[in-house]
Structures are given as structure tokens and as C-alpha cells.
Design a protein around this ligand. Structure first.
Ligand code: APR
Length: 261
């Protein structure tokens, strides 16, 4: 019995309690408080459209089409030159866009904001949003209600980008760029070359951490080649200064944080 419980535990993860209430609350905060220009958005309708995508369905069999009504309902344009993608650098990217308010990560848009860090799914046997366990993504469950959502909204976010776009990558990882990431598998391939002329990568290193990869490494060469093949120019900068300054708040004495560096 004990082994059975362990297997079950390993294949499922905690769903977020009160997902519907959180999504509604975040939607109201975002549209009434943070972005009053979106105050005419109907948050109850957004919540219903969101939950309709996955309730009463097998969480391992959700399709992109299930979320299409939500994508069609919530239209928000990010100004050209203000899109910031990230991969393995979520915290710093959000700290940076939180200060540099004109930049938008996906989670600074309404759809990303309402779902950030939540885990949700439905169940074919009920019409409720599950409050206990949702299946993990694994060989028996290749996509989940949550993972399909991020793929769909990431695709839409990339498709609507224009001008110069930016990506923050993590050079303290062995590979700063990974083709398996959402950025590397979805976003890069959904940039429209007729609208996006340049991708600018910032490879950031943890202060006091190891520098495993950089703009000179092979993973960035691979990214450059993919981007150039799509007729988009590519530039890369290690430790982009304005983002470095954000890291320096926690490490003011580090040599790389002094004005002379
Ligand atoms: N909250 C919870 N999970 C998320 C979120 C989020 N805000 N954003 C993405 N995810 C999921 C995705 O399924 C993603 O694969 O967690 C994973 C984060 O993985 P990373 O390897 O750090 O980065 P990456 O896979 O490249 O995804 C981040 O995709 O969501 C977009 O615009 C976003 O550019 C960003 C990239």
C-alpha cells in the first residue's frame, strides 16, 4: 500500500487552492488597478472562459484549441520594442521588468499575470476545478492543463511581438539557451520576421556564482543561427548592466557592482 501511495504522490502535484478566486482577484487587480486602460475587460467572463478550457476534461488530454476561446477573448497589445522573454531567469527578469515598467514579460500581461505560478486541472468526473492533485507531466501524461496553457499563451505572446525583442538567459547554467525550453521551442519559432527585426539576448550570471555559459558559448551560437535563419538579426550581451544593477541590490559590495567595472 505504501509503495502505491508513493507512486501516486510522485505522479501528481499539488493543485493551487482556490484557483478560481485567485484568477478572478488577479484579473480585477490587473485591470482595475495596475492597467486601468483595460478596465472594460470582463473578469468574470475571462474566468469562465479560462475554466471552460479544462473543467470536466482529462488533464492529460487538453489541446491548444481548448484555450483558443480564452486567447480570442483577451486581446492586449504590447508596444513594439518592449517584449522581454526569459528562460531559467524568471526571478531576475520579473524584478527587472518590475522596475523598468515599460518592459513586458509574459507575466506582465493579463493572461500571464492571472496564471503565474498556479497549478490547475479538471477532472472528467466532475465539473469542478481540482483543489487537490493534478497529474505531473511525464511519459504517461505528455502535457497537462497547465503546461498547454503556457505553450498557448507563450505562442501568442511571441506572435504579437514587434520591433526589437529581448531575452534574458541564465549563463550560470551549463547551457544558457536550450532548444527544449518554451523560449527555444515555442517563442523563437513564433516571432514574425516581418515584424521582429532583431533579437537581443542578455546572458546574466549569478553574482558570486559560476560562469558556465556566455555569449561566446555554443548554445548562444545555436540560438544565433536559428534566429538568423529566420531572417532576424541577433545580438548578445553578457551581464547587461541595468539588469546587473538589480542583482547588485543584494550584493552591493561585489567588485562587479562598483562603478569602475
Ligand atoms: N508560471 C508557472 N509556470 C510557468 C510560467 C509561469 N509564469 N511561465 C512558464 N512556465 C512553465 C513553462 O511550462 C516553462 O516551460 O515553466 C517552465 C519555465 O521554464 P524555464 O525553463 O525557466 O523557461 P522556458 O521554458 O523558456 O519558459 C519561459 O516562456 O512562458 C514563456 O514568456 C515566457 O519567455 C518565457 C518562457
Amino acid at each position: 500500500i505504501w509503495v502505491g501511495v508513493l507512486t501516486w504522490r510522485q505522479s501528481s502535484m499539488g493543485a493551487t487552492d482556490h484557483v478560481s478566486a485567485i484568477v478572478l482577484g488577479r484579473c480585477l487587480t490587473y485591470t482595475r488597478n495596475m492597467h486601468p486602460e483595460l478596465r472594460n475587460q470582463d473578469c468574470k467572463k475571462i474566468l469562465n472562459t479560462f475554466t471552460s478550457a479544462f473543467v470536466s476534461k482529462d488533464p492529460c488530454n487538453i489541446t491548444k484549441e481548448d484555450y483558443q476561446p480564452l486567447i480570442d477573448l483577451v486581446t492586449q497589445t504590447v508596444p513594439c520594442n518592449k517584449t522581454l522573454f526569459w528562460s531559467r531567469s524568471k526571478e531576475l527578469a520579473h524584478q527587472y521588468s518590475g522596475i523598468q515598467k515599460e518592459m513586458f514579460t509574459l507575466e506582465d500581461t493579463l493572461l500571464g499575470y492571472i496564471a503565474d505560478n498556479l497549478v490547475w486541472c479538471g477532472d472528467p468526473r466532475t465539473s469542478e476545478v481540482k483543489e487537490e492533485f493534478c497529474p505531473y507531466r511525464n511519459e504517461n501524461c505528455s502535457s497537462t492543463a497547465t503546461s498547454v496553457f503556457w505553450t498557448v499563451v507563450s505562442q501568442k505572446f511571441a506572435e504579437s511581438a514587434c520591433g526589437t525583442v529581448y531575452v534574458m538567459l541564465n549563463g550560470s547554467r551549463t547551457t544558457a539557451f536550450s532548444k527544449a525550453s518554451t523560449f527555444g521551442s515555442v517563442e523563437v519559432f513564433n516571432l514574425h520576421p516581418d515584424r521582429v527585426h532583431t533579437l537581443h539576448a542578455w546572458v546574466m550570471h549569478d553574482i558570486g556564482g559560476v560562469e558556465r555559459d556566455s555569449c561566446l558559448g555554443s548554445s548562444i551560437k545555436e540560438l544565433k543561427s536559428i534566429v538568423n535563419q529566420r531572417n532576424i538579426s541577433f545580438f548578445c550581451q553578457d551581464d547587461y548592466r541595468p539588469a546587473r544593477f538589480v542583482q547588485c541590490v543584494r550584493h552591493p559590495e561585489h567588485p562587479s557592482c562598483s562603478v569602475l567595472m
